[in-house]
Design a protein around this ligand. Structure first.
Ligand code: PRP
Length: 183
């Protein structure tokens, strides 16, 4: 039966709302320092990055622009293949722009390596990545991630934008699901 209190489905909370917000505030300070005198274009990758984008953007005390892409990776079930299709492209012409891609999680790194090469081909001044979470496999990829919130173990996590069958995205914290949820 569906529980009214979805946080109760978490068996372990990896990051509380406060830990997430504190880390995003730190990242925003770092980013502001690195981009002094430049106009940042934040590019969020739908749908998981919605929460990170909304909160990271509000930690800035300066102007930032936001745009969105929706991409779908062809893969078997939960495993991404690195073959990506654009479902919704940017509305912004990024040539000459300083682009910062905002992600919730990098798992295999395949999506991001495709995205970075796609965006780089459009002639931006720079393309960097900011992700809240990064899994171990991604650290072995060639794609350089400039801003990482937290490195996490190879566990399935939900909350704060991350879903299981489109649920749990609206949790304020991030955690692992109790086994009974899957059964
Ligand atoms: C997640 C995440 C990244 C991608 C990372 O999106 O937001 O875009 O997976 O995986 P990778 O490093 O193995 O390529 P997902 O495809 O789950 O879509 P969603 O954001 O709509 O939940």
């Amino acid at each position: 039966m569906d529980s009214e209190h979805i946080e109760g489905d978490l068996v372990d909370i990896l990051f509380s709302e406060k830990q997430i917000q504190d880390r995003l505030a730190e990242l925003a300070v770092e980013i502001e320092r690195d981009y002094q005198g430049k106009d940042i274009l934040l590019v969020g990758v739908l749908r998981g990055a919605v929460m990170v984008m909304a909160d990271l953007a509000r930690h800035f005390g300066r102007h930032v622009e936001m745009d969105w892409m929706a991409i779908s990776s062809y893969g078997s079930g939960t495993k991404s293949s690195g073959v990506v299709r654009i479902l919704k492209d940017l509305d912004t012409d990024i040539s000459g722009r300083d682009v910062l891609v905002v992600e919730d999680i990098i798992d295999t790194g395949l999506t991001l390596s495709w995205l970075v090469s796609n965006l780089s081909s459009r002639g931006p001044a720079s393309v960097e990545i900011c992700t809240l979470l990064r899994k171990p496999e991604a650290q072995r990829m060639a794609v350089e991630v400039k801003y990482v919130g937290f490195d996490i173990p190879n566990e399935f996590v939900v909350g704060y934008g991350l879903d299981y069958a489109e649920r749990y995205r609206n949790l304020r914290s991030i955690g692992t699901l109790a086994p009974h949820v899957y059964s």
